[in-house]
Design a protein. Structure first.
Lengths: 229, 229
DNA sequence: CGCGGCTTTGATGTTCATCAAGTAAAGTGG
DNA sequence: CCACTTTACTTGATGAACATCAAAGCCGCG
């Protein structure tokens, strides 16, 4: 993990997450800002860490996860660029509940939480923008979990392949950003069954697998499996 | 459903949900406030309804749910007193995504959404309070779904019985507020298996069933089943 | 009274997890 | 650079957990 600085005032990334800021507020935020680079696999936040910074992802991909009673990893959500890293716990709890790590090399902007709060106290516009953004973000997480829980094996795999394509890579041909095991942890299957289903899809000519690269060949069929499965 | 009015300025219920309001803001909010009474089973919000009011539950119990592709009802969360009714979609979407109905006779306070937003714009204290409350509320929903998804049949039933006792009824002896079928919809089982497991617990002397009344007899064992299941 | 919806129990079937075993790929140290 | 270890991936066979199906009793309600 490395640090760096950049200019916030014209930062497109900041604008999408933190809006309606006056110039002097931007300065006050950004004097304490840190931009951090994380390598694939690096841990960004550990459960139990005190909440000091507010994070948002500029580029890369992160996972939000925890370990269940029997020590198995469970992925709660995937953090995409222009979005919050970590759940909203940060606004109501002094300590992080979950772990966050980088799935790919990632750039994260860290702003002191107390600065955010103190600006929100004085700038309602900003606070309302934050509320709206949070609301959207959380709803998506809940919706995704709901959608997944309703589906069977094939439906879940289809869903997640389409999710990677449409929400993350913006292409139907991409490198799968998660290991088979991680996919399993995200959609609540075993790695064996993830593999099995991918093989099935491949045999049925719905997808094409080449190493870590995947091409979704029959989108229509895939969407059907996703909806009905 | 009936309407009524009450005085907001000293309302303990309002204070817990909407804090840091100045006197004139309370008045501005409450002039447009409606207090509504819903009978058990009544629908409070339908998916697709425009978001005009902000709801919080003063007393009673509500369920937040939707219908999946095959028309089966799925319960997302149970709304308890002193909390928001409906998910946070209200802050970012113009229309409700889910349906809400009363599980028991309920009293709901309805405040115009535009009033809430316009006050938040001018009162950062209020906005930050709202953010914290929202954050807590949503995290609980996500956590509950996560906990449930990790558990097997017996674990889920144990969890939900303890949830009813500790979070809703504040007693280990209570009337079950949901039908067997609704419990199934909430914890993702079939009604048959809900019943079967309750029967098992009853035979194992962990609980006692008398009509709709239930008594959790062996809390220790129940918690063990909940944790390990 | 009789109809429909909820509840309950038992029997059967399907889906998915688990177990086992083997191959490939990727890091590690001499 | 090559043996060695470790980790990921893959396939098949077996078993357990839960859904589904079927049938009967119960209650509330028109």
């Amino acid at each position: 993990m490395e640090n760096a600085t950049c200019d916030c005032s014209n930062c497109k990334y900041r604008e999408l997450v933190l809006t309606n800021l006056k110039d002097e507020e931007i300065n006050s935020l950004c004097d304490f800002k840190k931009e951090k680079f994380y390598k694939k696999g690096e841990i960004i936040v550990k459960e139990g860490d005190p909440v000091v910074d507010f994070f948002y992802l500029k580029s890369g991909l992160v996972k939000n996860y925890f370990y269940n009673q029997i020590g198995k990893e469970q992925i709660i959500s995937i953090g995409t660029p222009m979005n919050f890293v970590s759940l909203l716990t940060v606004f109501s709890e002094p300590y992080h509940k979950f772990r966050v790590s980088a799935l790919t090399d990632s750039v994260i902007c860290c702003i002191r939480m107390d600065k955010i709060k103190s600006i929100a106290l004085n700038n309602g516009q900003f606070a309302v923008g934050l509320i709206e953004k949070m609301s959207k973000n959380t709803d998506e997480i809940i919706l995704q979990k709901l959608m997944l829980s309703m589906k069977n094996m094939r439906g879940r795999i289809a869903y997640i392949l389409l999710f990677f394509a449409e929400k993350i890579n913006h292409s139907y041909s991409y490198e799968i950003p998660l290991r088979r095991k991680e996919i399993a942890q995200l959609i609540d299957l075993t790695p064996e069954n993830v593999i099995r289903t991918l093989s099935e899809f491949s045999k049925e000519n719905i997808i094409k697998l080449e190493g870590e690269k995947i091409t979704l060949k029959d989108i229509k069929k895939l969407k059907k499996i996703c909806e009905l499965g």
